[in-house]
Every structure is written in structure tokens, then in C-alpha cells.
Design a binder for this molecule. Structure first.
Ligand SMILES: [Mg+2]
Length: 224
């Protein structure tokens, strides 16, 4: 069976930025996209990763919301991704918690991160290439999950998910080397030095360029 690269994404704190209700997001009203999340998922798709959400939803066991509510959010996410020509390949979530009040979901489940039951579910579906697979999460438990599953773990501690992935996880821009970077700088200089003083004034003649460069250089430069 062909090996598959899998990008596991935690949901709350990685795809959804909302901290409303102490982070128990059971309604679309409380869902907020993390900047760059859709772009990031699209990028992972293009790089041939299966994108799999793995999320603890103990809010179900605690009686804050139902399984149906969780699924509603996942359907919404998928719909929004579809509009953007991309998708998540699987949503796995753990509704259980040992201190839950809903009897059916009150248990110490092997699905709950940092345990790797959800990784095992993905393993049933794909022959996961551990070396190239990873999880991005915002909690220590996500990193523990990575260690137990023997995949890479990245703690998402920035604002933009796409940018985070391009800078820290899939650094494919490295192969474009300094050449294209300098090519871009040269091009920008050439383009902007026609008469920068007349156009921007003496004080600002380089400022606009440096701003432009920094904004471009934040993200890896693509080959033209
Ligand atoms: Mg989280």
C-alpha cells in the first residue's frame, strides 16, 4: 500500500480561533476562522497531504452541546472549503471525558488526546508515512500526541496558519535559493528607482520599497 502523508490539524486554536465559552465551541455563532486557515488547507492539499482534523470535544460529555452540534460545525467548515476548491479528508473528534455528566460519554477514552486513538483511526484508512506526517496544535497535549504517534508536532503560536506552515512546516521555498530572492529585490529596485524622489519625496524614497520588501519577504518567494 502506497504511503500517505497526513497533516493532522487540531480544530480549536488552529482552524477556529474563538475562545468564547471557554473554548467550548458548539455553535456556529461562536466559530471564527483562524486567518490563513483555508489557504493553509488548500496548500496542504496541493502538496498532496491528506488533511485530518483531530479534536477533543469534551463539551459533549459535559453537556454543553451535542454530537449533532459538533457535526454541524464540521459540515460548515467543509462547505466553506468546498467553495474554495479544497477539503478536509476526515474529521475525528472525541466527545468523551471521564468527568462528563452525560452518562453515555462519561469515560476515559483512548480517543482523547494526548492518547492516539484518533491517529489509529487514520491509520486504518491510510498507510501513514510517519516521517512526513505531522500534527499542528495549540496545546501541549497535541505535541504529546505527536510523540506517541511518532510523527512531527508543531505548536501553533502565531496568527496566520498558512504563513506558519510555510515558515515552519513545509519549507519548500528553500529550494528556490537566494537567486530568486535577489532577483526579486533587483526587480523591485529597478522598478521603483525610475524617479523615487519625485514620486515619494526624498525622505520616503526607500521607505515604500522597504515596506514592500518586508511584506513580500514575510512569505517565501515563489518562483516566477
Ligand atoms: Mg486546540
Amino acid at each position: 500500500m502506497k504511503k500517505t502523508n497526513v497533516a493532522f490539524l487540531d480544530r480549536d486554536g488552529v482552524i477556529n480561533s474563538s475562545r468564547l465559552n471557554n473554548g467550548y465551541v458548539g455553535s456556529l455563532k461562536h466559530f471564527r476562522w483562524v486567518p490563513g486557515a483555508i489557504k493553509a488547507i488548500k496548500f496542504l492539499n496541493e502538496k498532496n497531504y491528506k488533511v485530518v482534523v483531530v479534536t477533543n470535544q469534551s463539551g459533549v460529555a459535559r453537556g454543553f452541546f451535542t454530537i449533532k452540534d459538533v457535526k454541524k460545525i464540521h459540515i460548515y467548515i467543509q462547505k466553506k472549503l468546498k467553495i474554495n476548491n479544497t477539503k478536509i479528508d476526515a474529521f475525528y473528534f472525541c466527545p468523551f471525558h471521564k468527568d462528563g455528566i452525560i452518562k453515555r460519554y462519561k469515560k476515559d477514552s483512548s480517543l482523547r488526546k494526548p492518547k492516539i486513538g484518533m491517529y489509529r483511526l487514520a491509520q486504518k484508512r491510510w498507510n501513514i508515512d510517519r516521517k512526513n506526517s505531522f500534527i499542528i496544535g495549540d496545546q501541549k497535549t497535541d505535541i504529546e500526541f505527536a510523540k506517541k504517534a511518532k510523527i512531527n508536532g508543531y505548536l501553533f503560536n502565531q496568527k496566520n496558519l498558512h504563513q506558519f506552515i510555510r515558515m515552519n512546516v513545509i519549507k519548500d521555498w528553500k529550494k528556490y535559493t537566494a537567486k530568486s530572492k535577489w532577483g526579486f529585490i533587483y526587480y523591485s529596485l529597478k522598478k521603483s528607482t525610475a524617479d523615487p524622489i519625485a514620486k515619494y519625496g526624498r525622505d520616503n524614497r526607500w521607505k515604500h520599497l522597504s515596506e514592500k520588501l518586508t511584506s513580500k519577504l514575510v512569505l517565501p518567494i515563489e518562483p516566477s
